[in-house]
Design a binder for this molecule. Structure first.
Ligand SMILES: [Zn+2]
Length: 293
């Protein structure tokens, strides 16, 4: 399948889930218990960032859902899905590799993303941020309660802006030293308190590259469960073209021409440069910016 068609055929990883999360019923303990005890219920097992995937295919256990499992939702066949941390050490695959390999269905990737982000939050929020006492899970995994000071804590999602900046037919891409050789991507960074999405994008681009962004538009977004980000994708127009890289953030940043980008996406760039894979929002943003001209 040509690359241009692949992009249209396959949704970005982690964006499709297919579960009814039953948010209004998660605090109903008998309801959740009945789902947990149903012989048809499925449970995804995780050990850290890795999930149980015999032969490389993620596989839930059926029935025998652990008491500590988190509730994910109910699928279109009325099967309840859960997720649990497990000391399992065999047949594990990390979520990033799974998304890259394309072996798992998109609905499965979405469920794994929900599970991974939620499990990670529980692993690191065993104690109350308000008073320091131990907290306990509530609402089938969507709340932790502190019995000592009565504070409730909710799973967090960290918004990250990611932006394809363009100017006169070229696109600004940068690379971090730790990335695979030759990979260049759109600039990205965590939002700060009290910022709009567009302001965060302008701040990050200027900090990292010295480029001022004028008009900026939100195009699409992608859950990114490493561990709990939501990538908010924009395309923006640069107001200058003299790059000044912040070496603490980036190894380098460059303007790439339309021809460069086409070759990078096709995997035959003369300089050995390439873009992130189609499963990532960065790839879609670069394609969208190119299509806009
Ligand atoms: Zn407390």
């Amino acid at each position: 399948v040509p690359e241009s068609d692949r992009q249209n055929l396959y949704p970005m990883a982690f964006t499709v889930n297919g579960l009814d999360r039953q948010a209004n019923h998660r605090s109903d303990v008998p309801f959740v218990d009945s789902l947990r005890d149903a012989p048809s219920s499925h449970c995804l097992l995780f050990n850290g960032d890795k999930t149980f995937a015999p032969g490389g295919l993620p596989q839930p256990i059926v029935g025998d859902v652990p008491q500590h499992a988190l509730f994910l939702g109910i699928d279109h066949e009325n099967i309840a899905w859960f997720a649990a941390a497990s000391p399992i050490e065999e047949e594990l695959v990390d979520l990033r590799s799974l998304a890259l390999s394309g072996t798992a269905s998109h609905e499965m990737l979405g469920r794994l993303a929900q599970a991974r982000a939620l499990l990670h939050w529980h692993e690191r929020h065993g104690f109350c941020a308000n008073c320091g006492a131990a907290t306990e899970m509530a609402d089938a995994g969507y709340r932790r309660h502190c019995a000592s000071c009565t504070a409730d804590h909710f799973p967090r999602t960290d918004p990250v802006i990611i932006i394809a900046v363009k100017r006169q037919g070229k696109i600004l891409l940068g690379r971090q030293a730790v990335w695979k050789e030759g990979m260049f991507s759109t600039l990205a960074g965590f939002m700060e308190p009290g910022e709009t999405i567009e302001e965060a994008a302008r701040r990050e681009v200027f900090e990292e590259s010295g480029i001022r962004v004028g008009e900026a538009r939100i195009l699409f977004n992608q859950p990114w469960p490493f561990p709990a980000s939501l990538m908010i994708g924009l395309v923006g127009e640069a107001l200058n073209d003299d790059i000044v890289v912040d070496p603490k953030e980036l190894e380098t940043a460059r303007w790439f021409s339309r021809d460069d980008i086409a070759a990078m996406m096709a995997g035959n760039h003369a300089g050995g440069c390439h873009t992130p894979p189609p499963m990532a929002i960065a790839h879609r943003l670069i394609a969208a910016a190119m299509a806009e001209g």
